[in-house]
Structures are given as C-alpha cells and as structure tokens.
Write a protein that binds this ligand. Structure first.
Ligand SMILES: CC(C)(COP(=O)(O)OP(=O)(O)OC[C@H]1O[C@@H](n2cnc3c(N)ncnc32)[C@H](O)[C@@H]1OP(=O)(O)O)[C@@H](O)C(=O)NCCC(=O)NCCS
Length: 158
C-alpha cells in the first residue's frame, strides 16, 4: 500500500453464531471447557473480520478474555462479534458469548473477549483494511476500548 492509496469506509456488521453445548465439550467441573469457548470466539471473530474487509484474515492475537460465568451442557450458546477498531492492516474484534437455558429461554452474558485479526493479500502479506465508520454511541465507546487494546499490542511490539 502507498500512503496515497484510498481506503473505503465501512460499517462493521454484528455477526452471530449459535451452537448447543454437548457433553464432550465440558471439563472436569461439568461446565463448558474454556478452549471450546475460545474456539467459537476465534471462528466468529474471523467471520466478523472477513465480512468487514473481504480479505483473507488470520488471528494475530487473543487479547483480554473474561470468563464471567460458567456455561452448562445442553445450553444454547450464541457468539456475537463485531470489528470495533481498525489499524492499517489489523482489526480488533469484540466477541460476546451468551448462554441461554434451552427450556426457559432466559439468557446471560458469560464471556467477553477481543481478538486481533490481520488481513492478508494474495501473497499472504498484511494489506490495508477499510476505515471503520462509527454509527452510534456504542460503536464510539467500543472504538475507545479497541484503541486501548491496540496501544497494548503496539507496546508489546516496541
Ligand atoms: C499476524 C501476521 C500476519 C503479522 O505479520 P507481520 O509480518 O508481523 O506483519 P506486520 O509487522 O506488518 O504487522 C501487520 C499488522 O499486524 C499486527 N500484528 C502483528 N503481530 C501482532 C500480534 N502478535 N498481535 C496483534 N497484532 C499483531 C500489527 O500491529 C500490524 O497492524 P497494523 O497494520 O494495523 O498496524 C503474522 O505474524 C502471522 O502470519 N502470524 C501467524 C497467524 C496465524 O497463524 N494465526 C493462527 C491461525 S489463523
């Protein structure tokens, strides 16, 4: 990319993925294994990044992940992901995981995490992503979180 290359501005769609927790996804406590939760987060983050930039993407890092409450077998889980911040070639994606009781329908926020995804061109080199359009207060508030995460990434790279 040259400094003059124009970058389009896009809004970032919220991406949803739904699953149900099977017994083989649980740990010794009988709750959902953290690695399984992270795999769902990573996949949903990749779809959110793909839909935003329409480029091949790789996960560069998993950032803050907070496991707030356990998830139980037979619960319906829903991942919600959105690109909340962009650099030149990287995107910070926020992922919430909700669990829903399959019979009562009540739901709760269980996990929140942030992933850094990088767009790649045909030569598998990092390439520029669109600029992010911030449409509302929530998007503007999440941008500030993303900026903080990006500062942490850049500090590690320095
Ligand atoms: C991620 C990767 C493409 C970065 O390549 P690189 O040559 O270091 O690229 P650069 O130094 O030019 O950095 C490119 C962008 O990646 C970001 N980045 C690089 N390493 C990072 C890391 N460890 N964590 C978060 N972001 C990172 C940079 O901040 C930069 O973002 P910006 O353009 O928005 O400022 C490369 O390290 C890679 O391919 N890693 C393996 C990815 C992978 O296998 N993931 C698992 C399966 S999907």
């Amino acid at each position: 990319m040259t400094p003059q290359e124009p970058r389009l501005t896009h809004t970032a769609p919220e991406v949803y993925a739904t699953d149900i927790v099977l017994p083989n996804q649980t740990n010794g406590h009988g709750t959902m294994f953290g690695g399984e939760v992270m795999a769902l987060m990573d996949k949903t983050a990749a779809v959110a990044a793909l839909r935003f930039c329409r480029r091949a993407v790789v996960t560069a890092s998993s950032e803050r992940i907070d496991f707030r409450t356990p998830i139980h077998p037979s619960e319906i889980i829903e991942a919600r992901a959105r690109v909340i911040h962009v650099g030149r070639t990287s995107m910070i994606v926020r992922i919430h995981i909700f669990a829903e009781h399959p019979l009562r329908g009540d739901r709760r926020l269980c996990t929140t995490g942030y992933f850094s995804m990088v767009a790649l061109d045909e030569r598998r080199q990092p390439c520029a992503v669109p600029l992010l359009q911030l449409d509302d207060d929530e998007a503007r508030a999440e941008w500030v979180i993303g900026e903080d995460i990006r500062r942490g990434i850049k500090a590690r790279q320095a």
